[in-house]
Design a protein around this ligand. Structure first.
Ligand code: E4P
Length: 216
């Protein structure tokens, strides 16, 4: 399973990339706005920090402008994946950009049928939003399982990118359900490392080593 980090914070991305923990990055208009920096500048900087795909989302809602924004974003760096919302115009723009060999991440997916349409439109990634489904009491993991079954039934190559991940348990369940990628906020990614028994065990080993004067 690949890990993408879901942020536009370049400091965080740099640290996590240097630790070898990430395979790419996802952003959305809200995350870009939070960075307080110009869109193209921040995407260009992120693309330098990772060789993996960096999702950059259009803000247009009509086909023609979606395609021209997508082409503009793609010119920033070869590892940009253009992020398009799952609407009729978004699916049409997905087909156009995919036919030009541009990587496309179709976002805001909340149903298996939407994921089926995105795969047929040639999406590189489909982003089902787990956390936002959980927020309204719908099991997001069931959606990942359904998409996995459908994509395997028809041998679609579109990768399932589990998004809107809020907890370490979401990461584990997405992996068990067969997601290809999980995009994870930095704090959740760091949370995957921690276990109280690791800390306790390490403290005991170090105390024993110090007592016995062990040197490496
Ligand atoms: C990633 O592609 C999505 O934009 C992101 O995971 C949304 O997460 P949220 O529902 O926590 O805002």
């Amino acid at each position: 399973m690949k890990f993408f980090v879901d942020t536009a914070d370049t400091g965080e991305i740099k640290t996590l990339a240097e630790a070898g923990l990430i395979d790419g990055v996802t952003t959305n208009p809200s995350l870009i706005a939070k960075s307080g920096r110009p869109f193209a500048e921040v995407i260009a900087e992120i693309c330098e920090l990772t060789p993996g795909h960096v999702s950059a989302e259009v803000v247009a809602t009509e086909y023609d402008t979606m395609v021209s924004e997508g082409r503009k974003l793609q010119k920033i760096a070869p590892n940009v994946a253009v992020k398009l919302p799952l609407t009729l115009d978004g699916l049409r723009a997905c087909r156009t950009l995919a036919d030009e060999d541009t990587a496309v991440n179709v976002t805001l997916c909340f149903s298996a049928n939407q994921a089926l349409l995105a795969a047929k439109a040639g999406a590189t990634y489909i982003s089902p939003f787990i956390g936002r489904l959980d927020d309204i009491n719908v099991d997001g993991m069931e959606l990942i399982e359904d998409i996995r079954t459908i994509y395997d039934n028809y041998m679609f190559e579109t990768e399932i990118l589990a998004a809107s991940i809020r907890t370490p348990n979401h990461v584990k369940l997405s992996a068990l359900a067969g997601a290809d990628v999980a995009t994870v906020p930095p704090n959740v990614l760091r949370g995957l490392i921690n276990h109280p028994l690791t800390d306790k065990g390490l403290a005991a080993f170090l105390a024993d080593a110090e007592k016995a004067g062990v040197k490496v």
